[in-house]
Design a protein around this ligand. Structure first.
Ligand code: FAD
Length: 512
């Protein structure tokens, strides 16, 4: 039986290096017995260089691969991310918006709070069930300098500099995890008679053999598309955005506040992301070129940024929404942009990279014979996850009450809404997405709480009466009191976001 000992990753962006780190860390004990992870990266093709919003999962991923969180903050210009605020998505009014925070609603495991919250009407759902929106409003960090690395007083993820992150991971993977790094252009993919990839050849004449090849070549999809001919499944009929304009915005003053949440502001035919790092903001406009021309979209972006936009060069990135029909074929598996891309509305790409890398590392086939079984399982789970992300992103568009442009009107047309999502929206008229339903299965990407934050943040009404049982009402009131007390405690005790980032640049956090 052919053993699977030699893993070759092609591509050195966030996908390539995270996957290399996760596999190498998990299989470190096998290295003396000939197990190897090689990453081949072109010195000529730059990484995509965007992708700066993440999920809390990145904390456990970085921790598992042995990264110091303090080093990560310092070397990747990282900041804390406590969720996203969606402005102008519901009615388009300038002062309208809601949070999708990263903390679960208080008491979530004990009680379905939605009926009790709905009883009270006008209050913001987020503020009724979690302190995190108010923490963000006040520009506070989710922890103090005394909180150990990777732990938080409020849940958090990161905003990071994508270019610096890849370099940071390169160093860590090579020096600490023994990943072999080859800097060369892959110019040929050599296939065996059974269709498997036997080796990749580089422009400088190297032939790199492997048992399993991981395609992390970004939009190029060198192995999965060009060699293995796996088709791409478009979803532009559901998610219309097909172009991004990206720009890096310096702070007017180095002490300007750094937002600890992603700000997503809806526009006439798309939306603008705004991500705060300690040294600059990353801002971009994702839009549908069938609904608005690029000049208009750029004007909206510059208007959003204001006078600081005057001298900035805007980078244009065409995007293709969709994913591979299968992700693992033969001995090739695609991760990252090579596997697919969806507009970054909920920053769901890096988390999918983490989930894919984890699954590959955990299920790494011991030999070629079982690889097809594992590939089938990987494909089923991964296709399911892409489908659920498409549904969740579309939910933001489906709930809009905006009718001011064709873009918003088209987005609520039934034929653009996936059947499964339509069904769920029917169901949610009478019951709420909650803990003990399908959204909390292992292969789910977004938990039930995320659906609640978006649905009720956008004013959806679920016609479910609160439980009659007095004990339940009492519990609901207690949970509310707990949330109020926790909110007061955190607002009084958490430092300003920028202050904590400055402190981390000078004092190491306590290692876990
Ligand atoms: P890339 O970064 O493109 O890397 C490809 C690698 O392949 C490079 O190292 C290149 O040198 C190498 N390569 C290519 N050809 C060859 C060859 N012939 N030989 C050898 N090597 C080769 N994700 C999030 O999670 N959050 C976000 O907020 C977010 N925002 C985004 C905004 C935009 C506008 C876009 C387009 C994407 C965004 N993403 C986001 C997605 C995120 O950027 C990517 O998922 C992530 O950066 C991974 O990219 P990658 O490593 O797959 O590809």
């Amino acid at each position: 039986m052919d053993k699977v000992d030699s893993i070759v990753i092609v591509g050195g962006g966030t996908a390539g290096w995270l996957t290399a780190g996760v596999i190498a860390a998990r299989h470190q004990g096998r290295r003396p017995h000939g197990f190897s992870v090689t990453l081949v990266e072109s010195p000529n093709v730059p990484i995509i260089g965007v992708g700066e919003g993440t999920w809390p999962t990145l904390r456990s991923t970085l921790r598992k691969i042995g990264v110091s969180e303090t080093d990560f903050f310092r070397e990747c210009d990282a900041a804390f991310k406590q969720g996203a605020r969606f402005n102008r998505w519901t009615t388009g009014e300038a002062d309208e918006g809601y949070y999708h925070p990263l903390m679960l609603p208080q008491g979530f495991a004990r009680l379905n709070l939605v009926p009790h919250w709905l009883e009270n009407g006008d209050e913001s759902f987020c503020d009724a069930v979690t302190p995190q929106g108010r923490i963000c409003d006040q520009g506070l960090a989710p922890k103090t300098i005394a909180t150990p690395e990777y732990e938080g007083l409020a849940n958090y993820a990161y905003h990071l500099d994508a270019g610096k992150f890849s370099k940071f991971l390169t160093k860590h993977c090579v020096e600490k995890l023994g990943v072999r790094h080859v800097l060369a252009d892959v110019s040929e993919v050599v296939q065996a008679p059974n269709g498997d990839v036997a080796c990749v050849k580089t422009a400088d004449g190297q032939a790199i053999d492997g048992d399993l090849f991981i395609d992390c070549t970004g939009f190029k999809a060198l192995l999965i598309e060009e060699a293995m001919k796996v088709p791409f499944r478009d979803c532009n009929d559901v998610l219309f955005c097909d172009t991004a304009l990206a720009v890096q915005v310096p702070y007017a003053d180095p002490s300007d506040p750094v937002a600890s949440h992603t700000i997503s502001t809806a526009q006439s035919a798309g939306w603008i992301w705004d991500i705060g790092l300690p040294t600059r903001r990353g801002v971009g406009h994702v839009f549908s070129s069938s609904h608005v021309d690029a000049d208009h979209a750029e004007r909206e972006l510059r208007d959003y940024i204001g006078p600081a936009a005057r001298d900035l060069t805007v980078r244009r990135i065409p995007i293709r929404s969709g994913h591979r029909e299968t992700f693992w074929k033969g001995n090739v598996v695609a991760v990252g942009l090579a596997a697919g891309f969806l507009e970054p509305l909920e920053a769901s790409a890096i988390v999918l990279i983490e989930l894919s890398a984890k699954m590959i590392a955990e299920q790494l086939p011991p030999n070629r014979d079982v690889m097809d079984v594992i590939a089938r399982r990987f494909n089923d789970t991964t296709a399911y996850r892409w489908g659920r992300i498409i549904d969740f992103l579309k939910l933001h568009y489906t709930l809009t009450k905006r009718t001011d442009t064709d873009f918003w009107r088209d987005n609520t047309r039934a034929e653009t809404i996936p059947d499964r999502l339509q069904g769920l929206m029917e169901l949610w008229k009478y019951q709420t997405p909650w803990l003990h339903d399908e959204f909390d299965r292992a292969e789910e990407v977004f938990p039930a709480a995320s659906y609640q934050y978006v649905l009720y943040g956008m004013g959806y009404r679920t016609d479910v009466p609160p439980g009659d049982v007095a004990a339940e009402r009492e519990l609901a009131q207690r949970v509310r009191r707990e949330n109020d007390a926790l909110t007061a405690r955190l607002l009084a005790g958490l430092p300003g976001h920028r202050d904590l980032l400055s402190k981390i640049s000078q004092h190491a956090m306590m290692p876990v």
